[in-house]
Design a binder for this molecule. Sequence first.
Ligand SMILES: [Zn+2]
Ligand SMILES: [Zn+2]
Length: 120
Amino acid sequence: MATLEHPAPPPKTSRACPSCGHEPATRSEAAHQRADLAVSWLYLDSEVPGVIIARHHCRSCQPEEPAVDVACTVCGDGPILVGELAIGAATNSAPPEPVQRWLTEEGWQMEPTLLCPDHA
Ligand SMILES: [Zn+2]
Ligand SMILES: [Zn+2]
């Protein structure tokens, strides 16, 4: 007698966007959303000066404000700076100081080039 194998469905909560709760409707959208949610969007805390808040967004709730990528020299991955941070990064060659602190805490290497924790 043959047995039919059913792959276990992935837990629902892991596919939903933590920011807006959007759940992908199709498998390919789920793959895209997983990639989108892997990116950290860095904001400056409006109440605590110099403190960074990292959020995760799916395609439907990504901010439309000016945004600047911080990219690893090797793989090009990295967080996206939003709002004041993006403006600060656009006018300087190095990321703003609070961002540098956040990157260092996450295991990034700043000198001589930007390297993510996987390549530092
Ligand atoms: Zn979302
Ligand atoms: Zn890298």
